[in-house]
Design a binder for this molecule. Structure first.
Ligand code: F42
Length: 144
């Protein structure tokens, strides 16, 4: 069994510990925004380690939209490369854990549709998009 290596960002590691440690009854929002967060368990594409990545919850029916915003930083969050290498993930949404298959969104019409869902769930995504010349990667997770 691969080992879990926590995020190097303390606030992220702590959120994962609270979220999972409480079985999804605490630590389920982005700080004091009240906006819901999911935990995406993914496989490190270099280490093979288990990685756990909190992301804003963006629902699209039974699917989730995963946005590689990283606050509008000039470079992608590296979990993007994990998902590109292995699309089999688990998504924890509060008390529920789902096995999901992830695919990257490339079709412009689909991207526009799910981007609107993302911004409706978390308006800051639009600010992040305007902060960087990078095209923010967007993935759809569908029930496996
Ligand atoms: N990030 C987003 O991009 N979008 C969101 O909507 C979002 C919401 C959110 C809500 C709550 C919260 O606590 C955090 C949130 N974040 C959101 C932050 C998110 O959880 C990630 O921390 C952030 O996106 C950065 O992702 P990252 O994968 O770049 O993480 C860094 C800090 C990290 O952990 N790096 C590790 C390290 O050791 O430096 C390596 C991690 C890794 O996956 N390594 C791979 C491996 O093989 O193990 C290799 C990856 C490669 O190819 O280099």
């Amino acid at each position: 069994m691969a080992e879990y290596i926590p995020s190097t960002a303390d606030w992220v590691r702590e959120q994962v510990e609270l979220y999972e440690g409480s079985g999804g009854s605490a630590g389920t929002t982005l700080r004091d925004t009240g906006l819901p967060v999911i935990i995406v368990t993914n496989r490190g594409n270099k280490t093979g380690a288990i990685r756990k990545t909190p992301l804003m919850r963006v629902k699209d029916g039974a699917n989730y939209v995963l946005v590689g915003s990283r606050g509008g930083a000039p470079t992608n969050p590296v979990w993007v490369y994990n998902l590109r290498a292995d699309g089999s993930v688990e998504i924890r949404d509060e008390a529920e854990v789902f096995s999901m298959q992830v695919r990257e969104v490339s079709d412009p019409a689909e991207r526009a549709r799910v981007w609107d869902l993302a911004v409706a769930a978390f308006p800051s995504y639009e600010d992040y998009k305007n902060r960087t010349s990078r095209t923010i990667p967007v993935f759809i997770a569908e029930p496996a």
